[in-house]
Design a protein around this ligand. Structure first.
Ligand code: ZN
Length: 531
């Protein structure tokens, strides 16, 4: 029954598009917003920076022009406070102790000390390899069972075994869930060895910006790493320094990790000593929140969220002489879509029963922080948010023939996205690379944690296709690099079609009588039940 209604609604919107000779989206106005946001003068929109404030000013002007109403705390703005942490590498060190002899790790080359966690000034502890470092009660899977982790630092190979469903594995790899389990087991820190099979960015580029400050929300309620004294990331090329003498090689472990096979657990013969000095600063930024009010007397009090992060990583170490990390696709593209969508509802009005809430969050690149704050302190009543459609780096760099939907099978919001896309001639697939954890790597995750059915969609590729190679090359070369700028190839028709899908989906969710719901067997349903 529901399916039929959905199809007819989707068909209706197609008819409207055909009847009106001018298409709603051509990609051009979208690209103009991207060009503004990714211009060098916005300096890569780092959280709390002058460039980000410029971007926010532009967004507010555009939202006003489009007739959207302020829905923040101070007009369109919802202020958010951050603490910024920057490592002072000359006063920091990592040393392996083997048979009482010290062996230094070279910061940047072998390892990086993460400041996502506030490191203790001095830590010294034995190391234990705990495989994927996951405790997933639903799957009766526990990497920590039978191990003595008290006072130890655990060594983890990033990834998950193939028999744990992708979304579930992603959830338990979040910093907060993982640390909860490790803290309960008595561990005092983590060493993550990057999994060569799932690294989006090559190590030299990761290491390049390692001393760039990291940030956290500056409110005690968000502290998820209590008692975590050290977080280190290891270059897979140097990982054998840890495993030497253990009876295992990194090549052997990486081969298992690549195929998502079970991993062994064993104590290492080395221990780790860390000395760190961190400079701490306070930073302020804001989320931008606007609404397009619905017209149904009851349903207009409910909100369909369209979200995107406006921040990027700012100015960093130069690559080919360029220091500005413009973030055209990440996420000028999604922010531009939100602005373009607002304009589309002014130029092509649509009777909406529910209201739309347009949110441009800050601090995504620092760990989904702006959305974390918003989801905990929404500017509309918490229970009034019925869905989140998040747009982050949807990559219209190849024709849109297939749409990848994160969370496709978790809620009927996924079903609706599938039907809308198919009605517009676009195939739909779930995430073909669950090991990249995209479902938890953008802002939709904070809505999910608060019970809201959410999805994130991007232009997809069939596994093994030339388009897939285009995406892979893009990640290697341009993702979080200065070359993610406006001088890159873009497919305006793909962007326009993607916008058609988002608009039709928003209209569907705003106007269907029933609000989206988690599937009865979805793991994520628990967060809705807990609300
Ligand atoms: Zn990013």
């Amino acid at each position: 029954m529901k399916t039929k209604v959905l199809l007819s609604l989707a068909a209706l919107s197609v008819c409207l598009a055909v009847a009106d000779t001018s298409p709603i989206f051509t990609g051009e106005s979208w690209w103009n917003h991207v060009k503004y946001l990714a211009d060098d003068k916005l300096e890569g929109r780092d959280t709390g920076s002058r460039g980000e404030r410029e971007a926010q000013k532009y967004a507010v002007e555009q939202l006003k022009k489009a007739g959207a109403q302020p829905a923040g705390v101070k007009g369109f703005y919802q202020p958010v406070k951050f603490v910024s942490r920057q490592i002072v590498e000359k006063d920091s060190s990592l040393t392996l102790i083997r048979d009482g002899k010290p062996e230094s790790l070279v910061l940047g080359h072998d390892a990086i000390i993460s400041t996502r966690v506030m490191p203790a000034p001095e830590v010294s502890a034995p190391l234990v390899f705990v495989g994927y470092g996951l405790n997933v009660p639903e799957a009766h899977y526990d990497d920590f069972a039978g191990l003595d982790l008290h006072g130890k630092i655990v060594v983890i190979l990033n990834g998950s075994p193939s028999d744990i469903p992708g979304a579930l594995a992603s959830h338990y790899q979040t910093q907060s869930e993982r640390w909860k389990a490790l803290r309960a087991a008595g561990a005092i820190g983590t060493v993550n060895v990057m999994n060569p099979a799932s690294m989006d960015i090559p190590w030299p580029r990761i290491a390049l910006n390692r001393t760039h400050p990291s940030m956290d929300l500056d409110y005690p309620e968000f502290d998820e790493t209590e008692d975590d004294q050290l977080a280190v990331t290891i270059n897979p090329a140097s990982a054998d320094k840890l495993f030497a003498g253990s009876g295992h090689t990194f090549a052997e472990l990486a081969a298992l990790g690549k195929d998502r096979k079970p991993l062994p657990h064993f104590p290492l013969t080395v221990s780790l000593e860390a000395k760190t000095r961190v400079e701490v600063k306070k930073i302020e930024s804001a989320n931008i929140v606007a609404k397009i009010p619905g017209s149904d007397p009851a349903l207009k009090e409910e909100y369909v969220v369209l979200s995107a992060h406006l921040d990027h990583v700012g100015i960093g170490e130069p690559v080919n002489g360029d220091r500005i990390y413009n973030g055209a696709m990440d996420n000028g593209s999604g922010s531009a879509l939100v602005l373009d969508m607002a304009h589309s509802f002014k130029q092509h009005p649509e009777k909406l029963k529910r209201s739309l809430l347009l949110i441009l969050v800050t601090g995504e690149e620092k760990g989904l922080l702006g959305s974390k704050y918003f989801a905990a302190h929404p500017t509309v009543p918490p229970k009034s948010i019925v869905a989140d459609v998040n747009v982050d780096m949807f990559l219209p760099i190849v024709p849109l023939k297939i749409l990848t939907v994160e969370g496709l099978d978790e809620s009927d919001l996924g079903d609706r996205a599938r039907e809308v896309a198919q009605s517009l001639g676009v195939k739909v697939q779930p995430d073909p690379e669950p090991q990249r954890n995209l479902f938890i790597r953008s802002d939709q995750y904070n809505f999910i944690r608060h019970g809201v059915p959410s999805i994130a969609m991007s232009v997809g590729a069939e596994p093994g296709s030339p388009e897939q190679k285009t995406f892979k090359d893009w990640l290697t070369m341009r993702y979080h690099a200065p070359s993610d700028d406006i001088n890159q190839p873009v497919d305006l028709a793909a962007a326009a079609k993607y916008e058609d899908i988002v608009r039709a989906l928003l209209i569907n969710v705003a106007n269907e009588n029933a609000a989206p719901e988690w599937k009865p067997d979805s793991f994520f349903r628990r967060f809705a039940n807990a609300m």
